[in-house]
Design a protein around this ligand. Structure first.
Ligand code: 6PG
Length: 479
């Protein structure tokens, strides 16, 4: 036994993570892949890593020093279950199995329960940052037991991204907490991407700017509040020119957005938790709408007249920037609400500030912005929504007029802006003194005797709608 850590699954993410581990002082990394060709290739390409390679899972396990620690980097789902059961057979109590894939946190809860019954530790760890992050320093969101983290933590800290001297990894909570938080990260990632895309669309088709000009605008924005990895890479994508046609790259890409599912999971779970995440949901739906070409074509054929883009003046660019920022604040506020609700439901003690801290670097949504969230939770750990944190409240108030102009400009110009508008409606819903929910309660009581509460006295009531329409007080709840 010579390796202190092992990696199973050597596709790009696994190989890069293994290389990252091997590059850190004190690590000897065992590697194993189901098909040995890939292992051989990795060894050939990276002799400097000093990998301890095995062609059978038994040899792989034998090459690990105790407590054995192995990170599984195979495609989420059945493949993961197969590797877990192989390792569970061969590992001993005290050893640690880490699933570094994008697992559904429900699976992680189930797997942790089954594996921990054998005395082996199971850690579901969300790993963000794509291929480059895996190689150079990802953001890591491990769940599992505190005991497992004692062994695993220092290894993960050694490979994670570092911001202001702080590694982007923290013990998120027990069992599925890490994968849950990774899921929310991805939901926010979808929202962030969609909002940037809407900003681009408006700048292009209302503002009249070319992709290259918009790249310049985003580069400028990247020096301010919006500074983020996603803004940075968006500028690069927009600047790209297609070699085959000489056209902007963005114009030759088919406009149907794919998705592997984590964003969808965020919304599904938020629905189950009763947390309104409209900003995130609209980002998921926007991808879904884009991927229905048959409906899009049918409507394009039937709609003969489209609105002209409205004339906009000097301030338009800055309005878009402000609308984007305000909408982004909403998406993050909703994401953190989902984390709070998930933590409550599943019994996780999640430190929100610590999550914002480890998202500052390594991951796809990395940004200076996360520091503001850290501060918000430092100031008030039980703040009802990030929107009332003094910094965010001011940021949104400062951008509010621009936000409204942009949503109305988009509507008048026929440019879809589901992310911007959903975020603004959410904000307005929270800010409104009265909501038409009162009328919905009336409708529910009318057709289903679902009852309602009154503003002026305690109790639960029902109006005899099909009788004399007098009000009766009822037992039970108004829900
Ligand atoms: C990350 C990414 C990564 C991946 C997702 C999203 O944090 O590194 O989120 O996990 O890109 O699978 O991909 P989809 O857009 O296909 O859902």
């Amino acid at each position: 036994a010579t390796a202190n850590i092992g990696v199973v699954g050597l596709a790009v993410m696994g190989s890069n993570l293994a290389r990252n581990l091997a590059s850190r002082e004190g690590n000897t990394v065992a590697v194993y892949n189901r098909s040995p060709e890939r292992t051989r290739l990795l060894l050939e390409e990276h002799p400097e890593a000093g990998f301890v390679a095995s062609e059978t899972i038994e040899d792989f396990v034998a090459s690990l020093s105790k407590p054995r620690t192995a990170i599984i980097m195979v495609q989420a789902g059945k493949g993961t279950d197969a590797v877990i059961s192989q390792l569970t057979e061969l590992f001993e109590p005290g050893d640690i199995i880490v699933d570094g894939g994008n697992a559904d946190f429900h699976d992680t809860i189930r797997r942790e329960k089954a594996v921990s019954e054998t005395g082996i530790n199971f850690v579901g760890a969300g790993i963000s940052g794509g291929e480059e992050g895996a190689l150079k320093g990802p953001s890591i969101m491990p769940g599992g037991s505190v005991e497992a983290y004692k062994t695993l933590g220092p290894i993960l800290e050694s490979i994670a991204a570092v911001v202001d001297g702080v590694p982007c990894v923290t013990h998120v909570g027990t069992d599925g907490a890490g994968h849950f938080v990774k899921m929310i990260h991805n939901g926010i990632e979808y929202a962030d991407m969609q909002l940037i895309a809407e900003g681009y669309d408006l700048l292009r088709y209302v503002g009249g700017h070319s992709p290259a000009e918009i790249a310049d605008i985003f580069v400028k924005w990247n020096e301010g509040d919006l500074e983020s990895y996603l803004i940075e890479i968006t500028a690069e994508v927009l600047r790209q020119v297609d070699a085959k046609t000489g056209k902007p790259f963005v114009d030759i890409v088919l406009d149907e957005a794919g998705s592997k599912g984590t964003g969808v999971w965020t919304v599904q779970n938020a629905l189950d938790l009763g947390v309104p995440v409209g900003g995130i949901a609209e980002a998921v739906f926007a991808r879904a709408v884009s991927s229905h070409p048959e409906q899009r074509e049918a409507v394009q054929e039937s709609v003969t007249e489209r609105p002209e883009p409205v004339d906009v003046g000097e301030g338009f660019q800055d309005d878009v920037r402000k609308a984007l920022y305000a909408s982004k604040v909403v998406a993050y506020a909703q994401g953190f609400d989902a984390i709070i609700a998930g933590a409550k439901k599943y019994g996780w003690d999640i430190d929100k500030g610590a999550i914002a801290t480890i998202w500052r670097g390594g991951c796809i949504i990395r940004a200076q912005f996360l520091n503001r969230i850290v501060e918000a939770y430092e100031n008030d750990p039980s703040i009802p929504t990030l929107l009332v944190d003094p910094y965010f409240a001011k940021a949104v108030a400062d951008g509010e007029a621009a936000w409204r102009r942009i949503v109305s400009t988009a509507a008048l110009s026929g440019i879809p802006a589901p992310g911007f508008s959903a975020a603004l409606s959410y904000y307005d819903s929270l800010a409104a003194k009265r909501l038409p929910a009162a009328l919905v309660q009336g409708q529910r009581d009318f057709f289903g005797a679902h009852t309602y509460k009154r503003v002026d006295m305690p109790g639960v009531f029902h109006t005899l709608w099909s009788g004399d329409r007098t009000e009766v007080e009822t037992e039970g709840s108004s829900h």
